[in-house]
Design a protein around this ligand. Structure first.
Ligand code: UTP
Length: 473
């Protein structure tokens, strides 16, 4: 790569500081820096600095005109049972026809958990300490067996964790899914800038680049060739979930069926908020269009508003579980003024170097990172649909090292789920007032991944007694 044109472009854009230490760099370091610089869209950075830093849109101004979004209630909460059964049948038919693939976004940095390695390799289950990736793999394998069509699994990684993730899957022989059915691809990156708009260096020879957010998944699906591969394989529907939630129904026939019957381009699961202050995005309508408002953008008094029956007016929380139509992802990836995901700004402490090239670890935010959010695609989707889900069977993420949404709370939620399934299958198992069994047990997704499949297996192969550390597989 010839350095001059790139360096001149950066200099002309007022970003010459990126090459400040050029004369001190070894040839390989120069090559690496040029390759990073070639990734950067200087016009986009200038625009984002102007729009999101200089002009600073007032976040709360966005609340005007928000209405709660309607959603499809679960049968036990007054929903139409026949409709849920029709949805399930439609979803199962699509699964039997091989139209569905699983899609996990696993490119995040996982800073809150503070685990050294790709988050998907974090051990989460209570007895066997299976990793997040293994739990999802076994659920996907189980669904493939049930519907007679092995599923493809697409996983978005980051530059930072791609190689390790690849090695992890190879070392575990792709958990029996088959190497040709597990597709890893990297998401894009964005440079961090100082508040003055200058691109920050991480070291003398590298730009401070970070993943472009889970919304980067739509472009990355396209860029990596994943969408074309799906088309060749006859897959038109993606079941999207995050890497941190082992309770998720990776492949949920009812959800897929609702999405297909509504001819929706992007569907979502909503969780009724447990309490007004719960930090989840809210499904809303603005000008008739479905969107997710971030909790920090909706004033607390609005989040506390109640309906006449005492329920929260804005209750439908977003838990980042979606079904996405393949061609919708392609349309969003192509972008253009009509369908462009907006970047969000996050002020961060960004490790960098000072004018002398010495490392600086800032104590306060010193700049801005830019991220895309996948739910920002909703207003562009045709017939977007929201269905209600139940927390106990779909959501218990591992976000923090301790406290709320930690490995401990997640393991306990798994134990409660296993105990519920076993008790509904007829097993004799004592639980406390919160549903937690007295000792640890674990059920492999290959034994059963919901009440129905666990009951089926239990009828064929019950355990004589439920002993501590019992593992059903
Ligand atoms: P989070 O919002 O929890 O972010 O991501 P994170 O980076 O993983 O964790 P923290 O905030 O640093 O602690 C939600 C989901 O979106 C994915 C994550 O891997 C996770 O599955 N994600 C997030 C990406 O794939 N890419 C991104 O750029 C950001």
């Amino acid at each position: 790569m010839s350095p001059e044109p790139i360096i001149s472009r950066f200099t002309a854009a007022g970003q010459g500081q990126v090459f400040r230490f050029w004369n001190e760099l070894a040839p390989a370091e120069r090559e690496a820096l040029l390759a990073q610089a070639a990734e950067v869209d200087l016009d986009e950075i200038a625009r984002l600095h102007r729009e999101l830093v200089v002009e600073k849109p007032a976040t709360a101004a966005g609340v005007a005109g928000l209405e709660p979004a309607p959603f499809e209630p679960r049968p036990e909460n007054g929903g139409d049972t026949a409709k849920w059964m029709r949805a399930r049948a439609a979803g199962e038919e699509a699964l039997r026809a091989g139209r569905v693939a699983a899609f996990t976004v696993a490119g995040g940095q996982g800073t809150r958990l503070g685990y050294d390695g790709p988050k998907g390799t974090f051990p989460v289950t209570p007895v066997k300490k299976k990793t997040l990736f293994q739990v999802f793999a076994e659920k996907i394998l189980a669904a493939g067996r049930r519907f007679g069509r092995p599923l493809h699994w697409f996983i978005m990684t980051s530059h930072a964790n791609h190689a390790q993730t690849e090695q992890f899957f190879a070392a575990h022989d792709y958990f029996g899914l088959g190497r040709d059915r597990v597709h890893l691809f990297r998401q894009g990156r964005m440079p961090a800038i100082g508040f003055d708009g200058k691109i920050l260096l991480e070291t003398k020879g590298s730009i401070a680049l970070s993943p472009d957010g889970h919304g980067g998944s739509l472009r990355a699906l396209h860029r990596s060739g994943a969408l074309d591969l799906m088309e060749r394989e006859g897959i038109d529907t993606l079941s999207y979930f995050q890497v941190d939630n082992p309770l998720v129904r990776c492949i949920d026939a009812e959800f897929i069926g609702f999405h297909l019957l509504a001819r929706s381009e992007m569907s979502s699961k909503a969780l009724p908020k447990a309490y007004p202050e719960e930090k989840v995005g809210l499904f809303c309508l603005r000008d008739g269009k479905l969107m997710v408002a971030e909790y920090s953008d909706v004033p607390m008094d609005v989040q506390r508003e109640r309906n006449a029956d005492g329920s929260l007016r804005f209750s439908a929380g977003s838990i980042a579980i979606h079904v996405i139509d393949r061609e919708f992802a392609r349309r969003m990836a192509a972008g253009g003024a009509a369908v462009e995901l907006p970047f969000h700004r996050a002020d961060k402490k960004i490790p960098t170097v000072d004018a002398a090239g010495q490392p600086v670890k800032p104590a306060a935010p010193n700049g801005v990172k830019f991220e895309l959010f996948v739910f920002d695609a909703l207003p562009f989707a045709r017939s977007p649909l929201v269905i209600e889900t139940d927390r106990a069977n779909d959501f218990s993420p591992v976000k923090n090292a301790e406290g709320l949404d930690s490995p401990r709370t997640c393991a306990e939620d798994q134990l409660r789920q296993f105990a519920r399934w076993l008790r509904s299958a007829g097993a004799d198992l004592a639980v406390d007032a919160t549903g937690l069994p007295a000792h640890k047990i674990e059920i492999s997704p290959l034994y059963g991944y919901d009440a129905e499949t666990v009951s089926e297996s239990w009828r064929r192969r019950p355990a004589s007694t439920i002993t501590p550390n019992l593992y059903l597989e």
